[in-house]
Design a protein around this ligand. Structure first.
Ligand SMILES: [Fe+2]
Length: 229
């Protein structure tokens, strides 16, 4: 999915679709590696002067957390492969599997989240097939957003996402518990919003998730989201 998204993005870039310097730079850094055993590298998300509604301190802390997921993913992949090759006890290998699902998904979801935020080029493209599909599914963009915000603010720690089932094209709002649970298998994430406490408590307090989601709305980089459709 990542590769497909990237290739689609690069192809559209040559067709003149404006993704913005922030997203273009970040996607370029996500180019498929020629060595599949190479370490993952934290992508260079740079929000410049910042994002309205999210403090620089919050963003800096969040990016540091993201880098932690990248580092732990690399460590776990090494440990898991070594344990498998060495025939370690099943309980040890199984725990590494469990941890890898958490850390890898945490890494990738943060990349899609940061990729989908921008201080510029945030407005939806009028008449884009994604928005036609949203209107056909929920009735209107505003009705979808109301439902999506409700997903964002449901109790729990995790992620809200707008996803597409590539086998039918059906759109769904989805909840990913933690990072790795309840994801509709095979669904393509179009838009993800981090609703762990670290994403908003510093700026909005423990009860401020709704205000945080309101702040996120005008920051959504629809150029990136539409490209995943
Ligand atoms: Fe996060």
């Amino acid at each position: 999915m990542e590769r497909r998204t990237l290739l689609g993005t690069l192809a559209a870039g040559t067709a003149g679709l404006a993704l913005g310097a922030h997203t273009t730079k970040a996607l370029a850094a996500a180019s498929p590696q020629t060595n599949p055993l190479a370490d993952y590298v934290a992508r260079p998300f740079d929000f410049g002067a910042g994002l309205a509604g999210l403090s620089k301190d919050l963003l800096a802390e969040h990016l540091t957390l993201y880098k932690g997921y990248v580092g732990r993913t690399n460590s776990l992949l090494k440990d898991l492969l070594a344990a498998e090759k060495e025939g370690k006890k099943p309980a040890m290998v199984q725990e590494l599997h469990r941890r890898l699902g958490f850390e890898f998904s945490g890494m990738r979801l943060h990349e899609w989240y940061f990729e989908g935020l921008s201080a510029t080029a945030a407005k939806p493209t009028e008449n884009h097939p994604l928005h036609q599909a949203i209107a056909a599914t929920w009735g209107s963009f505003d009705l979808w957003w109301t439902a999506f915000k409700a997903t964002c603010t449901m109790p729990g720690i995790g992620w809200a996402a707008l996803v597409k089932d590539p086998t039918t094209g059906r759109l769904m709002n989805a909840w990913f518990q933690d990072h790795e649970n309840a994801i509709p298998v095979g669904a393509q994430a179009l838009l993800v919003v981090d609703v762990w406490e670290h994403a908003y408590v510093k700026d909005y307090g423990a009860t401020g998730r709704g205000k945080y989601v309101d702040a996120i709305k005008p920051l959504i980089h629809w150029g990136a989201v539409e490209h995943r459709f």
